[in-house]
Design a protein around this ligand. Structure first.
Ligand code: SF4
Length: 121
């Protein structure tokens, strides 16, 4: 990729990057992923269940007072994540993204979607 960048003109580099981005975006989900779930914006944050709170606390992402602290995620980003949700295909209901993030089925979050393993919960 670096070699290609050095030998191509600027316009070609942009076109090449766009092509690579489109290829990456249209890629099939990784092995073990059953669902690709779009992340949607919600007006009001979706309540985190007690079970998810316990998981967040045990993994050190929430303190005893219920305040979220995820390493590498700024307070501004956390605030934004609270207003994101997914329509969970396993539980068949809307789940806040933070709860989805600590779910054992969570695989990864590529742009605007969640890769979900889809195992029964
Ligand atoms: S990772 Fe968990 S919460 Fe998120 S969509 Fe999959 S099953 Fe639902």
């Amino acid at each position: 990729m670096i070699l290609l960048n050095l030998t191509l003109a600027k316009g070609h580099i942009v076109a090449l990057r766009l092509t690579l981005l489109l290829v990456m975006m249209s890629e099939a989900p990784p092995e073990g992923v059953k669902y690709t779930v779009p992340i949607k914006q919600v007006e009001k944050s979706v309540k985190i269940t007690d079970q998810a709170k316990a998981e967040l606390q045990s993994s050190g992402m929430m303190d005893e007072k219920g305040k979220l602290k995820i390493k590498g995620v700024s307070p501004k980003m956390l605030k934004r994540m609270k207003l994101e949700a997914v329509d969970c295909p396993v539980l068949n209901r809307e789940i806040g993204f933070l709860q989805c993030y600590v779910c054992k089925n969570f695989f990864s979050r590529p742009m605007g979607k969640v890769y979900c393993k889809g195992d029964p919960l």
